[in-house]
Design a protein around this ligand. Structure first.
Ligand SMILES: NC(=O)c1ccc[n+]([C@@H]2O[C@H](COP(=O)([O-])OP(=O)(O)OC[C@H]3O[C@@H](n4cnc5c(N)ncnc54)[C@H](OP(=O)(O)O)[C@@H]3O)[C@@H](O)[C@H]2O)c1
Length: 285
């Protein structure tokens, strides 16, 4: 079988680690040239070397997705490196500090909004300009916890994902019948730094403790949702737009519970799902 993304060029934001890196690896495995993006050059270069060693066509570009000029420069870099852009994944995201909205440092709150909302807007803007002139392309925007209902103590993140969902659905309609696919993708719980390295307002750390169990029951390694992101970018979705793909469904949740129960019965040792929580002083004006 020929590789699914042979000849395609993909830009994946937030791909120096975590889910973005797994998506880049799987796209590259399927023949795509990939552009890695993140703010820290150190981890970008490490990720680039890792993919290059696997024989990938890979380039890396340091950019902050909340800066339009940097996102424009990223697109220019991708075109210079590989001649075009076929797939753009707005994956970069941050979760911010866990705790009551009114006790969170405004800079932290605003960084979540800037990265998740502005980053998705700028990435979509730049990608769609390319796709419109090309008459083809696939844009994938990442959803997450809270994309359908409010989440207490994670208000910045959850409300940013509601915005991304609504924004992406409108974009999909605006670009219907243009040969452009616009998709919303909720990868479910993914075992990455975002889940394990947490920030919390002092006094709210203990509320995060159940997350260890949640990770054990339902989190997937990043390659699992990355395979779904491959499907979204592949020929399988040609001529389609507005797909909302969700990895963690009710049957999968029930499956996770049953597997955990079965593992307890068989006395299978529990995997390490420890959390690394950094505490922050409550904000005061
Ligand atoms: N993990 C989960 O359980 C989960 C669940 C649902 C949805 N998601 C979504 O999946 C996406 C990826 O999450 P993840 O778990 O892989 O997170 P992660 O492990 O924390 O990785 C985040 C990536 O984004 C980059 N990044 C952060 N801010 C950026 C900025 N302003 N500009 C450019 N790059 C930036 C990071 O690199 P630098 O720090 O070097 O910039 C890193 O490469 C996010 O949109 C997240 O909301 C994750």
């Amino acid at each position: 079988m020929s590789p699914l993304l042979e000849g395609k060029v993909a830009v994946i934001t937030g791909s120096s680690r975590g889910l973005g890196l797994a998506i880049a690896q799987i796209y590259a495995r399927e023949g795509a040239a990939v552009v890695l993006v993140g703010r820290s050059t150190g981890s970008l270069e490490k990720a680039k070397a890792q993919l290059a060693a696997q024989g990938a066509k890979v380039s890396a570009f340091a950019a902050d997705v909340s800066n339009l000029e940097e996102v424009k420069a990223l697109a220019a870099h991708a075109v210079q490196a590989f001649g075009k852009i076929d797939i753009w994944v707005n994956n970069a995201g941050v979760s911010g500090t866990y705790g009551p909205t009114s006790l969170i440092e405004p800079d932290i709150f605003v960084n979540v909004i800037n990265t998740n909302i502005l980053g998705t807007y700028y990435g979509s803007l730049v990608a769609l300009q390319h796709f419109r002139s090309q008459g083809s392309g696939k844009l994938i925007n990442l959803l997450g916890r809270g994309d359908k209902k409010p989440v207490t103590y994670q208000n910045a993140y959850a409300s940013s994902k509601v915005w991304i969902r609504s924004f992406t659905k409108a974009l999909a309609k605006e670009h219907a019948h243009m040969g452009i696919g616009v998709f919303a993708f909720n990868p479910g719980l993914v075992d990455t730094d975002m889940l394990r390295k947490l920030d919390a307002v002092e006094g709210f750390e203990r509320k995060l403790k159940p997350l260890s169990i949640v990770i054990r029951l339902w989190a997937n390694p990043a390659n699992v949702p990355a395979e779904r992101a491959l499907w979204l970018a592949s020929k399988a979705t040609d001529g389609k737009t507005g797909i909302e793909s969700q990895v963690l469904t009710m049957p999968k949740m029930i499956g996770g519970l049953v597997r955990d129960l079965w593992n307890s019965v068989r006395r299978v040792p529990k995997p390490d799902t420890s959390l690394d929580i950094t505490s922050h002083k409550p904000f005061a004006l």
